[in-house]
Design a protein around this ligand. Structure first.
Ligand code: RFL
Ligand code: PHB
Length: 393
């Protein structure tokens, strides 16, 4: 049965952070947009992912008018700690770069963006099935989908593919038009969320002979921990006690003493992957966020890259509609990819520095030499801090 045909300026596929933030920024510029999301709103809000956001991402959330709760509840972090075989070292972002990062969960950002969108009265279609992109290289692209047992269509000027790594947008592009670059690591992160106080006020990245671990948090009463695991791991084989027993030996004495264990409220395994699809524009389709690139989570860059893509894209669309200039749209892919590749490099570097990836003794010795250099050289520490707090847009 035929349902509605809606006309809008920008059709956005995906209501993750990229799609919702783009929608909000476009709305601020007076540009109409419709978001189509495959999942329900509750499902999107139930995903536990990023924890660390850069100053540039905070600024964008403020610009989108949804930063109030973040400033109230977010935790400002002036540094980070790296523990190597039981000895902890601190790197101060504040001293090295004058900047800080914010610990504020992706779940909360998503909620703030959804609330902002509802307040703006901008349309989002959740549980949209069979989303399909049409006529990308013509003047009048369309997006079709099914909802409530009916077929619907969105006619638009542009499509923003913000539908994540497994989305339909990137797959709608002719194979000959797109180049993909990928590195798959033979490991994953097993993550646990628990209502227990964090072991430390700052994040601790742990390099240990048993494998990587990360002590993070969502609030002074909610912890987020990760341990390196094999890709073949079955989540059902990881009752909470087993997780805590695996984490403990990787920590330093003080962290082990302060560790408060408790029942998990979420547990999941994420594979580690580096991936870039180029270019990010195909006619009237623009990819943004995980739809176009993936980083392993070690550098805390995924959500922040989605935000920088969206900033370039929102600016470019505003230039198109307000100033009637195509320059921003023409340069979008090149500008976004320049920042993407630097974050790819940093995330790959941090991943290979801290994980147990290779059995080769030479590789292990190199890791330790690199870490020693990082702790002793101000130049090396500054390069690390500069990347962690986020390179300029
Ligand atoms: P998302 O969040 O995947 O959202 C895409 C949305 O599109 C929908 N979708 C579709 N909708 C319609 N039709 C289709 N055919 C569709 N297919 C998919 C999906 O349902 C979804 O709602 O991509 P987006 O918006 O680009 O955002 C990217 C971020 O989510 C991601 O990069 C971060 O979570 C990565 N990440 C981290 N990033 C950071 O900046 N800092 C961190 O500390 C950080 N920690 C992490 C992370 C990712 C992790 N995992 C689970 C991979 C920690 C972990 C463990
Ligand atoms: C998190 O808190 O989920 C988190 C923090 C830092 C990372 C990755 C994930 O590098």
């Amino acid at each position: 049965m035929l349902g509605s045909t809606i006309r809008t300026q920008v059709a956005i596929v995906g209501a993750g952070p990229a799609g919702l933030l783009l929608g909000q920024l476009l709305h601020k510029h007076g540009i109409d947009n419709v978001i189509l999301e495959r999942q329900s709103g509750e499902y999107v809000l139930g995903r536990v992912r990023a924890g660390v956001i850069e100053q540039g991402t905070m600024d964008l959330l403020d610009e989108a008018g949804v930063g109030a709760r973040m400033h109230e509840d977010g935790l400002v972090h002036e540094g980070v700690q790296i523990c190597v075989d039981g000895i902890r070292h601190r790197l101060s972002f504040k001293e090295l770069t004058g900047k800080t990062v914010m610990v504020y969960g992706q779940t909360e950002i998503t909620k703030d963006l959804m609330d902002g969108r509802a307040a703006a009265g901008a349309p989002t279609v959740y549980s949209a099935d069979d989303v399909a992109l049409h006529d990308l290289f013509g003047d009048q692209p369309r997006v079709t989908y099914r909802a409530g047992g009916k077929a619907h269509e969105v006619a638009c000027d542009f499509i923003a593919g913000c539908d994540g790594f497994h989305g339909v947008s990137r797959k709608s592009v002719p194979q000959s038009a797109i180049a993909t670059h990928e590195r798959v690591y033979p490991l994953g992160w097993l993550g646990i969320l628990a209502d227990t106080p964090p072991v430390s006020e700052e994040l601790i990245y742990v390099r240990h002979a048993h494998g990587f671990a990360l002590c993070s948090m969502r609030s002074p009463t909610r912890s987020r921990y990760y341990i390196q695991c094999s890709l073949a791991e079955d989540i059902d084989a990881w009752p909470d006690d087993r997780f805590w027993e695996e984490l403990k030996p990787r920590l330093d004495d003080e962290a082990r003493r302060r560790l408060v264990t408790g029942p998990s409220i979420e547990k999941s395994i994420a594979p580690l992957r580096s991936f870039v699809a180029e270019p990010m524009r195909f006619g009237r389709l623009f990819l943004a966020g995980d739809a176009s690139h993936i980083v392993p989570p070690t550098g805390a860059k995924g959500l922040n890259l989605a935000a920088s893509d969206v900033r370039y894209l929102a600016q470019a669309l505003a230039e198109h509609y307000v100033e009637k200039s195509a320059a921003g749209l023409d340069h979008y892919s090149q500008r976004a990819l320049a920042r993407v590749w630097k974050a790819e490099r940093f995330s790959w570097w941090m991943t290979t520095l801290l994980h147990n990836i290779s059995d080769n003794h030479f590789d292990r010795k190199l890791q330790l030499a690199e870490l020693d250099y990082l702790f002793r050289s101000k130049a090396a520490a500054t390069a690390f801090a500069e990347n962690y707090v986020g390179l300029p847009y």
